[in-house]
Design a protein around this ligand. Structure first.
Ligand code: GLC
Length: 739
């Protein structure tokens, strides 16, 4: 009876309170306002606290007392239902939102996001995220801390593994696809999961690639490079955002009003809620941005961080801060409404419980999609003709041949290595006559004792397949490297295998681009798979046998050396660009004249240019571009340029090509990159056939943050290329002007 009376009273108060302002016509807003109007201050503060699961009794106690709004890291559906019941039957009656890091699959594990980006296939990424949502919601999880759309130009940074790489456009379309895959057509569908786009913002620019380090990204670079992927995720409907650990230009993101309120809500119209990263609010004291947790809580709640993950600055201090007049209850109401709004959109008020009888995990269709994603993610970096393998009589060796845990990659909380199909198993199942000599047991292994045995076994094999790379622990959060060569004795083994003279296929499974130039030279073929997940083995078997044809493209530049980092492709030209006439260190005369080597932008010991550029990848066949036409050479800012061209498959295999559209703004109010990816496609073409392709370039896509800090399209002359990759070799070129 109490609740009913309170409800009637609440609604009449609501009507009264609305008498002097517009009663919301929006049923959602009316519901949200009504719920919050009935809550006590303590219950409101509870909604802004996310606790990490310790025990069911503790969780039930906190839920019953209205002390929490969310729980992270509980995955038992029965326990979730009991805890949820306590919340729903509590005095405030608001259901909990259950969160988990479902980063690249829940039980069925897909390639790490960097590998998913390598597919250049937004449809398959969306499908994989929907599979992840279907499996995670079957256990009662309705919120994932994904997609991570941080732009990363630095493979030393372990979290490049979780990103979609270095390019703002690729990260934008991949992040948007992930949001749509997680949230589905209707977020209140019980198989939908709220996305959490992270880490807002510029976290990928951590200095020296050392995680949690400070970043110094100026406003224009922030808006032109680091924010577009977040904006795209918001436009795709991302329900939540996560503030990042880094302080950018001295301001930690969890306390950054400019990005959390002025940009995210003011400019982009975001109406979901922002959750801090783990302890990132209280960490602001460590960063020297405030004196203690109370000040941290005050800064964060005012800046725009709605919910606090794990640290207790909010629940410990908000009531006092209101009493001290430092914040208003009205501000808290707004923060709480953001949280309640997403719970409403998820349908949690109508349907807070999970059906526990579901068995969707590892469904055949899920495994098949994971395998197809792994096949599409594989990048053929080199092939002197030995792939696809002509003979099935192979020597197999290397630390990743049979590494069911490491093959899954980083951020695997719920995937099970017992379900991993490794290359060793898959190659045998595919009918390969495999001589397997384990040699190195793991990627850091320095034990060379069994190398001679492998070299001897090569004699009776028709080809050698070395599978190496990185253990999963070598990438991901806080797992950064100052040297990105292959670890352990892998390079020595590759060198010895190469000296046998047998065809050597080197397969790398890693969480980042690695500096493998010498190993590429020593191998007849190199296939790169960013940790390919549960079905990486069968995917590799299909690729080596030719049942599948590689189509992956590099989502991040592969530098020749760590000394080249950042090595991304969209660089400024400089006033003295590299021109190829430079004299390198080894060719330099003794006592050479000061200016005799060429005064341009290059490294004397390495020259200029990466090991492999962004967007690069080979196939078993070849593709030629011709007949480039553009719809008009002069356009207005609201127009769309149509680009048409022909692709011919001139090789011996059916295959998939990934033509890429790059533009260059020849002169702007600020210096502009020498090229920027603005569109791409995946095109299946049978051998000997041709296809006419049309791409559309909305001129609005050329907007950038200019000298006046306004984001707009500037008139001027542009070049465009239809290219195989960002190096633009054999690219078709044209030009146009914007008036
Ligand atoms: C971690 C990560 C973040 C993750 C969160 C919850 O520290 O930075 O990406 O989602 O905490 O596990």
């Amino acid at each position: 009876m109490k609740k009913l009376t309170f409800t009637l009273l609440g609604l009449s108060m609501l009507a009264a309170s609305c008498s002097n302002n517009q009663v919301s016509q929006n049923p959602e807003q009316r519901f949200v306002d009504s719920v919050v109007s009935k809550m006590t201050l303590q219950e409101k503060i509870g909604q802004l606290y996310q606790v990490s699961y310790t025990s069911k009794d503790d969780a039930i106690g906190m839920a019953k007392a209205g002390k929490i709004g969310s729980i992270i890291n509980v995955v038992d559906p029965q326990a979730i239902n009991e805890i949820q019941k306590a919340a729903v039957e509590s005095s405030c009656g608001v259901p909990l939102i259950i969160g988990r890091d479902v980063i690249h699959g829940y039980k069925t594990i897909f390639p790490i996001p960097l590998g998913q980006a390598a597919t250049f296939d937004t449809a398959i990424v969306r499908g994989g995220c929907h599979v992840a949502a279907t499996e995670a919601t079957s256990d009662g999880i309705r919120w994932t801390f994904s997609p991570m759309v941080d732009i990363s130009q630095d493979p030393r940074w372990g979290r490049i593994a979780e990103s979609y790489g270095e390019d703002p456009f690729l990260s934008s379309v991949m992040g948007a696809a992930a949001v749509r895959g997680y949230q589905g057509d209707k977020m209140n569908d019980p198989t939908s999961i709220a996305a959490c786009t992270k880490h807002f913002a510029a976290y990928g620019a951590s200095e020296t690639g050392r995680d949690y380090n400070a970043t110094f990204v100026p406003e224009r670079e922030l808006r032109n490079v680091y924010l577009p992927s977040f904006k795209a995720a918001v436009e795709a409907g991302s329900a939540t955002m996560m503030s990042s650990f880094n302080d950018n230009d001295g301001v930690p993101s969890s306390g950054n009003t400019h990005i959390l309120t002025e940009i995210l809500r003011g400019e982009w119209g975001f109406d979901g809620f922002v959750v801090s990263d783990w302890n990132s609010i209280v960490d602001m004291a460590n960063q020297g941005f405030c004196a203690n947790g109370k000040e941290a809580g005050l800064i964060a709640i005012k800046a725009g961080t709605d919910m606090e993950m794990v640290s207790t600055c909010y629940i410990d201090n908000i009531e006092a801060l209101i009493k001290e007049g430092k914040i208003s209850e009205q501000l808290i109401n707004e923060r709480v409404k953001n949280v309640v709004r997403i719970k409403y959109r998820l349908g949690l008020f109508q349907n807070p419980y999970v059906e526990t009888a579901q068995s969707v995990k590892y469904a055949d269709a899920h495994l098949a999609l994971a395998q197809k994603t792994a096949e599409e993610s594989a990048i053929l970096l080199k092939n002197n003709g030995i792939l696809p393998l002509k003979s099935k009589k192979i020597l197999l060796t290397g630390p990743m041949c049979d590494a069911p845990h490491d093959q899954l990659g980083t951020w695997i909380f719920d995937g099970e290595k017992s379900h991993t199909v490794t290359p060793l198993t898959a190659l045998k199942d595919a009918g390969f006559d495999v001589v397997y000599i384990p040699t190195l047991e793991f990627s850091r292994d320095k034990n060379t004792a069994s190398f001679a045995k492998a070299v001897a076994a090569a004699k009776s094999a028709d080809a050698i397949v070395f599978i190496g790379g990185e253990e999963s622990i070598l990438s991901g959060e806080a797992h950064c490297l100052a040297d990105i060569n292959l670890k352990g004795a892998q390079n020595q083994l590759i060198e010895q295998l190469s000296k046998t003279g047998k065809p050597l296929v080197t397969v790398i499974m890693a969480g980042r681009p690695l500096t493998i130039g010498k190993q590429v030279d020593e191998s007849g073929a190199v296939l790169y798979m960013f940790h390919p997940g549960t079905m990486g083995g069968p995917a590799l078997a299909n690729l080596l046998s030719g049942k599948a044809v590689p189509s992956g493209r590099t989502p991040a530049t592969f530098p020749k050396s760590v000394g080249q980092i950042p090595a991304h492709y969209y660089i400024n030209n400089t006033g003295r660009p590299y021109n190829g006439s430079e004299i390198l260190m080894d060719d330099c005369e003794r006592e050479a004249g000061q200016t005799s080597l060429g005064c341009t932008s290059f490294h004397m010991d390495l020259g200029f240019g990466p090991l492999f550029p962004f967007g690069y990848g080979l196939s078993y066949t070849e593709f030629e571009y011709s007949n480039l036409n553009i719809s008009t050479p002069e356009l207005g800012k609201a127009d769309t340029l149509k680009i048409s061209f022909t692709i011919k498959n001139t090789g011996d295999y059916d295959g998939v090509d990934v033509p890429q559209l790059y533009i260059r703004d020849l002169a702007g109010s600020i210096t502009r990159p020498i090229k920027e990816l603005k569109e791409f496609a995946r095109v299946e073409i049978k051998k000997g056939e041709s296809k006419n392709i049309i791409m559309k370039l909305p001129i609005s896509r050329l907007a950038f943050c200019g000298l006046d800090y306004k984001t707009a399209v500037e008139p001027g002359d542009f070049k465009l290329w239809i290219a195989h990759d960002s190096e633009l070799k054999n690219a078709l070129e044209s030009s146009f002007a914007v008036k």
